[in-house]
Structures are given as C-alpha cells and as structure tokens.
Design a protein around this ligand. Structure first.
Ligand code: HEM
Length: 218
C-alpha cells in the first residue's frame, strides 16, 4: 500500500454505533446483566470479522481491477479536494461508485457462503418440498447469487439499477426475519474506510511492482 502523493487530509472519527440506542428503545422488557453482556458480545463478534474480511476482499478486487480503483479515487477526490477533509457519513450519497464496488464484492465474496443455519418454526411447503417443523435449513448463498445474476464483476449494474442498498439483490447479509441487524452499520463501516483509503493510498500487486499515478498536488 502506498500513500498517494499530494493527499492532505484531516482524519475524523465519525462512526459511532449505539447498542445503547437499542437498549433505550426497549420499553417493557427487562434485561439482566448477562443479557446485556451477551448482546454486547453479539455485536462485537458479529461485527468484527464480517466487515474486516469484506474490506480485505475489497482491496483484493481493487488490486485486480485497477480501472475501478482509479474511479474510486476520482470519486473521493471530488470530495477531499474542495472540502479539504476525508468524507464523513454525510457523504455516503456522494460515493455511488464506492458503494457499487463494495456491493458487487459483497455479492462475489460472501463472508459466510452458507450463511447461518435457520430452524423452521412451523412446517411449510416450498418448491415442492415438505419441510418439517424444527428442521434445520441452510441456504446456499453462492448458489443463490449465481442464479440471481451473471458472474461478471460489474459494479455498474447496481448504479444502472439505482439499487445501492447493500442488502438488496444478494443474501450475503442473510435473509428473512433474522437477517443481519447490523446491516446499516456494516454499510458505513465498509464505505467510509474504503473511500478514505482511496483518498490516501493506492493498492497494487507486489509481484507486478507498484504502479504510480499522477495526481495534481494539493
Ligand atoms: C459485511 C458485514 C457483515 C456481514 C456479511 C454480516 C452477515 C451476517 C449474516 C449472514 C447473518 C445471519 C443472517 C441470517 O441468519 O439470515 C448476520 C446476523 C447478524 N449480524 Fe451481521 N454481518 C455483517 C456485519 C454486522 C455488523 C457490523 C453487526 C453489528 C455490529 C452485525 C450484527 C449482526 C447480528 C446481531 C446478527 C444476528 C441477527 C439475528 O439473529 O437476529 N453484523 N450477519
């Protein structure tokens, strides 16, 4: 990873998620200390490797798709150059290419290819199958994605469809009532760091040597 020339940016901490918000919105239910600890652990475990490994995939794909990397840099430059700062949360809408690339990677490289097992609360019929109450159901994320869309890495599809929401058009963050409750936080935890990284550094394959690109200074 190499610092981009001429990138002068002030770091700002913007992500502030609030499990307390969740607790405060509960009117009648009482939570014990154990409940609260488990809830906190849920957020930590569910939110750590998921976002960090997805971000890692983003860099792998950007290394292999330098055209997209250049586009992402141009997109974030349009924010950093006039405002002299890294993009904060308010700029999410001004980062459509970054969001589209991340969404395409979420589709291509699902964190959990078989998601999490669900259990049938009641018996049901689906696609000609009779599924018993209590049966464990595992859904094949990769297979579902292959059936939903082609296998070309083409982030623009999401811009063309006007659909940048990370949880639509794929099942990487789960499906149904128990789908990932951290989806909005996850979006922000991926889009902002990737945009900020693109403002400061470029990534390339070490074997192929670093490639440098010219930037106007300032
Ligand atoms: C790229 C990032 C993420 C991915 C790919 C991801 C994926 C998933 C998946 C596949 C599930 C299971 C859904 C299902 O059973 O249908 C899940 C559940 C969950 N996720 Fe995420 N997640 C991500 C980020 C986060 C973050 C940042 C948080 C919060 C800090 C979070 C909190 C949770 C919680 C609490 C559940 C359990 C929901 C429930 O069972 O009701 N996740 N996530």
């Amino acid at each position: 990873m190499r610092r981009r020339r001429g990138a002068r940016i002030h770091a700002r901490t913007v992500i502030c998620a609030g499990p307390e918000e969740l607790l405060l919105t509960m009117d009648n239910e009482e939570l014990g200390m154990i409940d609260i600890k488990v809830l906190m652990l849920d957020f930590i475990f569910a939110g750590m490797d998921t976002t960090s490994s997805t971000r890692l995939w983003v860099f792998v794909y950007l290394i292999n798709h330098p055209t997209h990397q250049t586009r992402l840099q141009a997109e974030v430059d349009a924010i950093t150059t006039p405002h002299r700062r890294l993009p904060p949360l308010d700029d999410l809408d001004a980062l459509p290419h970054t969001r589209a690339v991340i969404k395409e990677i979420v589709r291509f490289a699902p964190f959990a290819p078989l998601a999490l097992p669900h259990q049938m609360a009641a018996a049901a019929k689906f696609a000609g199958y009779h599924i018993l109450a209590g049966a464990q159901v595992i859904y094949n994320v990769v297979g579902i994605h292959a059936a939903m869309d082609d296998s070309e890495f083409r982030p623009d599809r999401w811009i063309e469809r006007g659909n940048l929401s990370i949880m639509e058009g794929n099942v990487t963050l789960g499906a149904g009532r128990r789908m990932c409750s951290g989806v909005h936080l996850a979006t922000r935890e991926m889009v902002l760091p990737v945009a900020r990284a693109m403002a400061c550094v470029g990534v390339a394959n070490a074997n192929g040597g670093w490639w440098l690109w010219r930037r106007r200074s300032g």
